[in-house]
Design a protein around this ligand. Structure first.
Ligand code: CO
Length: 425
């Protein structure tokens, strides 16, 4: 087992310590600083040098890491992915007393999650809080990091039709049980203690429930792996690692990890924001490129938009396209859509295939069944802001948007090798 799926093991360890996008970005920032990347602040002037690596974060939940080649840069090699996953978000004033016996927490849904698999699973709570201090308002990350709440099922005896299709209300059936007793204010007290502050100094928070189930390699040859947040930390982590470990020769290499893909990307840290465009523009200015050079470099750039897609489900083969139906462990899936929900075109896909052929990286093709629209992703959204040739790719996985997703144990390595090859050009 050891070393066999080393990249997937590393990914699983990263997922385990990254229960929210804030934690994922902080963990990446710590690792980047350890590797000599220089942290930039959007509120300060940027001074950049050829041959040096940099990173910048926005909202603590989106991150861009880039490295400028020692020679004259011809353009940008960009890999994008997203840091967020569907989850339950804790509302303000969260405690609800149930029948004078218990306290549940008031939550709402973030992203298009599958509700049923959240039942009967140990859950914890993590996110960020803002604390009033003597030096102003401070952001602190919190993670209870223990089995903290659980959403219990209703017994079959109380709903004999439970196995015939159930319609769930997020406001009724999905509220997690938090404590016995009815005394109010205990959640905020526990949160303040976790954030090392007083209840009075605790201002606002963004907190999410997250599953505590550890990752697992399984199947006859342990060829599958399951973990929370495979969509899209599998791509985000491998993109980040490739950007941090690769030295580019002729292009500025960059990993851009957006937040809020699961709610449509329309935030200041999402793919529809000016984040990537602003970074590219500021790199150009800091490097002293004139407008003509900036335009030439943009036109010479290429982006890989990385977000997982659906593998053929053994029990629902009819949901897949008849011919473009990727499988787990089949390598990188190139995603096509006539509606252009994926930014891939024949030219960008041909470039990528050639790159993968030359590097011995396995790949396959994905298209949605023509009667099933499928989800959206980043590539065609970010291209509205920074219009460069783009290919949409991802690993093929099962149970997307479940709190415990499944993918091929060998595919992490395929993604990683693709990003390394691409970002080293
Ligand atoms: Co995704």
């Amino acid at each position: 087992m050891e070393g066999r799926y080393a990249t997937t093991e590393e990914l699983s360890a990263f997922i385990a310590k990254s229960p929210t996008p804030f934690h994922a970005v902080r963990n990446m920032a710590v690792e980047l600083e350890g590797k000599g990347f220089i942290r930039l602040d959007e509120r300060e002037a940027w001074k950049l040098e050829a041959g040096m690596p940099y990173f910048v974060t926005r909202n603590g939940s989106a991150l861009a890491a880039f490295r400028i080649p020692s020679s004259e840069a011809e353009g940008y090699s960009i890999v994008s992915a997203h840091t967020d996953s569907p989850a339950f978000k804790v509302k303000t004033d969260p405690e609800i007393v149930s029948s004078g016996l218990y306290a549940t927490l008031n939550t709402e849904i973030y992203g298009g999650l599958l509700m049923a698999p959240w039942f009967d699973r140990p859950l914890s709570i993590a996110g960020r809080v803002f604390v009033r201090t003597e030096n102003g308002i401070e952001e602190r990350l919190v993670d209870f990091d223990r089995d903290m709440v659980l959403i219990p099922s209703l017994a079959i005896h109380m709903n004999r039709k439970a196995n015939e299709g159930v319609c769930y209300s997020a406001q009724k059936e999905l509220l997690p049980l938090f404590a016995e007793g009815t005394e109010k204010g205990r959640f905020i007290e526990a949160l303040a203690s976790q954030a090392s502050c007083s209840v009075d100094s605790l201002l606002e928070y963004e907190l999410y429930l997250y599953p505590r189930t550890p990752h697992s390699f399984w199947g006859l040859g342990k060829e599958f792996f399951s973990a929370p947040k495979i969509d899209d930390l599998m791509c985000a982590y491998t993109a980040f690692r490739a950007a941090s470990d690769t030295i580019p020769s002729r292009f500025i290499s960059m990993a851009v990890l957006f937040d809020n893909e699961e709610t449509g990307s329309g935030t200041k840290q999402g793919a529809l924001s000016d984040l990537m465009c602003t970074i590219v523009s500021r790199i150009g200015t800091a490097m002293g490129y004139d407008e003509e050079r900036k335009a030439i470099m943009k036109a010479s750039s290429f982006m890989i938009s990385a977000d997982n897609c659906h593998a053929l489900h053994p029990n629902y083969p009819e949901k897949c396209d008849p011919t473009n139906r990727p499988r787990m462990n089949g390598g990188v899936a190139i995603k096509f859509s006539a509606s252009q929900r994926y930014a891939t075109d024949a030219e960008s896909a041909s470039y990528l295939r050639d790159l993968m052929d030359r590097n011995g990286i396995p790949y396959q093709h994905f298209a949605n069944h023509s009667d099933i629209p499928g989800g959206s992703t980043l590539g065609n959204l970010s291209a509205q802001k920074l219009s460069i040739p783009t290919v949409d790719i991802g690993a093929a996985q099962l149970a997307m948007h479940s709190p415990y997703e499944t993918a091929g144990a060998r595919d992490t390595e395929a993604l990683s090798r693709l990003f390394m090859a691409f970002l080293s050009r």
